[in-house]
Design a protein around this ligand. Sequence first.
Ligand code: PRP
Length: 186
Amino acid sequence: MMMNLQKDCDHILVSEEEIAQIVSDLGKRITADYKDSKRPLLLVCILKGSVVFMADLMRAIDLPMQIDFMKVSSYGNGTVSGGHLNIILDLKREDLSKTDVLVVEDIVDSGRTLSYLKPYLLSKGAADVKCVTLLDKPSRRTADFTPDYTGKVIPDEFVVGYGLDYAEQYRNLPFVGVLKREIYST
Ligand code: PRP
């Protein structure tokens, strides 16, 4: 199955089985950490890459919650380090006061997205803002940001699948794979 897309991957980095285990473990940790909070929990999915992880993770958290979506993009395709970030889609609510916000990311790379979003969400009145990421590439970090929950630390390789894209493709692969170099260097 998925052979049409899988053939473009050099190898699988995080298998479906490993992802399921990671999601289950993160769900249990988050449930335990938030279960005594008196505040409402809001999961914020950062589109588009996080949509697959969000869908699985929210069902692994055994707590009342609401969900919302944001989309952030950087000027110049994100290649300009220190460049400006734009909010393309904002939360459908103004007041986050007394809310625990948990930002859901597929990957933290430079850390610029989250180091921008966290103060933004706090400025909207959130009582607490934490971040859960499926993947972390700390070797690429330029901004000072550490996720609160990390599924797996990965090396600096071109990964696709489980929400992550190359040229908007491969998001529907059920695993995280390393894209063959010939696909993106031609
Ligand atoms: C990716 C990812 C994070 C961000 C992380 O999104 O989903 O939101 O980049 O990078 P950073 O740590 O360097 O800021 P992307 O901009 O590729 O958009 P997409 O999710 O819509 O593909």
